[in-house]
Design a protein around this ligand. Structure first.
Ligand SMILES: Nc1ncnc2c1ncn2[C@@H]1O[C@H](COP(=O)(O)OP(=O)(O)OP(=O)(O)O)[C@@H](O)[C@H]1O
Ligand SMILES: [Mg+2]
Length: 442
């Protein structure tokens, strides 16, 4: 095999991960500490040094894997090896999943747990689950059964994640001693901290994290597994409300609800309504610093073929924040009228809470598709801010009464990271609080 240079020095938790041979190991930590790079480097190194190793890199959804973890792999971890032709990428086929193939016969298969049949039909030496906080215990149990290729002296499930609430199954798994928890810190990342001091980039990065608030601040800045206090949607339960995509029947009504922003993100949500009135968020755009006309263009691209034919049923209404002066611009560029949102907060929140409750038939009346997000706003991701609806729900809290040191909560939510929350409330209010949504076609 030709020689390749691997320029990577693992430090702290990443170094501990390199040495660790335990069956299950979880690299947990704040945003940007080097968790993904560390785990990917360990797998790359194992594949380079031992022939015929089989590794698997997954995330909960295929789209998030290709947009984040694999970009890191190509650019930060395997760049030299790819350039030298020691590793090449194979895009996959109907029978075979996509993979990175090494000259010595080692292979890294890549994919999403949402399309896992092809991935799980073979066996592996190493499995890496990035953003493991998104997985279910069943996902992990299934992956473990695939760990028996026997090319390495040990088989290992490696997970990396930002922390969630302390009740999360990953934290419980570590507390119960089933997996080894390694806490990764910003000091472990030489790009942020080097020669005993913070780099210029590191200081700027930490300053951005310092502007976060609440549980998000504790988790993303300090890597703590803390619960969000005073959640507005306490009834939100990921295993119940966050679901895998299914093909939506043509006859279900489609809706769009929008909260417009510029410095703050614009959130565009597409909802499908079944015959019993349940709502499913099946697509969303969530993006800052984008002109209204560009949002309109993107929305049309997603809904129509270049010929102008609809790819999917036309939305019955586009429900929009009516205070926004941009509404007229949006209507013009969409070529569609919009319906003004009912914006009252407290009854809107109550209506959403009611929909989240599991009914007699065992189902709630509102669901989110796990892979609803079309593309990640990398600027928001780099600032550790929410990038989609589900991330807002779990951080949406009641405001605290001033002077009560957090002891008393107001009857209104904290006006922060609430753009998807507004759009979702407008959607529910339009169905449950307004008699009938009037549609005006331009
Ligand atoms: N050992 C290292 N040497 C040089 N640069 C590193 C190292 N580890 C991380 N980095 C740099 O830091 C960046 C962030 O690393 P990485 O994506 O692994 O962080 P993370 O902990 O997975 O972040 P997140 O919490 O957002 O998932 C990388 O893109 C890379 O540029
Ligand atoms: Mg990462």
């Amino acid at each position: 095999m030709p020689e390749t240079v691997v320029r990577y020095e693992p430090r702290g938790a990443a170094l501990a991960l390199f040495r660790c041979k335990d069956n299950e190991v979880l690299l947990s930590g704040a945003a940007g500490t080097g968790k993904s790079v560390g785990a990917l480097a360990k797998i790359h190194y194992a594949c380079l040094s031992v022939p015929n190793v089989r590794a698997l890199i997954v995330r909960k959804t295929h789209s998030s894997l290709t947009a984040s973890t694999l970009v890191t792999f190509r650019q930060k971890v395997a760049a030299e090896a790819l350039a030298a032709g020691i590793v090449s990428f194979y895009g996959g086929s109907a029978q075979e999943p996509a993979s990175f193939r090494y000259a010595n016969g080692s292979v890294i298969v890549v994919g999403g747990l949402d399309r896992s049949t092809r991935l799980l039909s073979t066996e592996y030496d190493l499995v890496f689950v990035d953003e493991a906080v998104e997985t279910t215990p069943e996902d992990l149990d299934t992956l473990i059964t695939r760990l028996r290729n026997g090319r390495l002296t040990y088989q290992q499930l490696i997970m990396a994640t930002n922390p969630g609430p302390p009740t999360h199954h990953l934290k419980q798994r570590a507390d119960a001693g089933r997996c080894t928890m390694l806490y990764s810190t910003h000091e472990d990342n030489p790009r942020l901290y080097d020669n005993g001091e913070w780099t210029e980039y590191g200081l700027a990065y930490l300053a951005r994290l310092d502007s976060l608030t609440g549980a998000r601040y504790q988790r993303m800045r300090w890597g703590k597994w803390v619960a969000a206090e005073g959640l507005v949607y306490e009834g939100w339960d990921e295993p119940v409300h966050l679901i895998d995509r299914f093909s939506i029947p043509e006859e279900w009504t489609r809706w769009i609800s929008i909260d417009l922003g510029f410095t703050n993100p614009t959130c565009v949500q597409w909802w499908a309504e079944d015959s019993d009135g349940r709502l499913y968020l099946y697509r969303e755009l969530y993006r800052t610093r984008t002109l209204v006309e560009d949002h309109a263009k993107r929305m049309l691209e997603l809904m129509k073929y270049p010929s102008g034919q609809w790819r999917e049923p036309q939305p019955r209404a586009v429900i929009c924040d009516h205070d926004a002066e941009d509404r007229a611009t949006l209507e013009r560029h969409l070529g569609m009228g919009t319906a003004p949102a009912k914006k009252t907060v407290s009854d809107g929140i109550q209506a959403v809470q009611t929909r989240l409750k599991v009914q007699g038939d065992g189902k709630p009346r509102l669901f989110l598709f796990r892979d609803s997000l079309v593309e990640t706003d990398e600027d928001l991701a780099a600032r550790a801010l929410p990038t989609r609806t589900v991330e807002e729900i779990t951080g949406y809290v009641w405001a605290v009464k001033p002077g009560t040191a957090g002891a008393e909560l107001k009857e209104e939510p904290l006006k922060k990271d609430d753009h998807a929350m507004d759009a979702m409330r407008y959607m529910v209010a339009a169905r449950d609080l307004v008699g009938r949504t009037r549609v005006r076609w331009l």
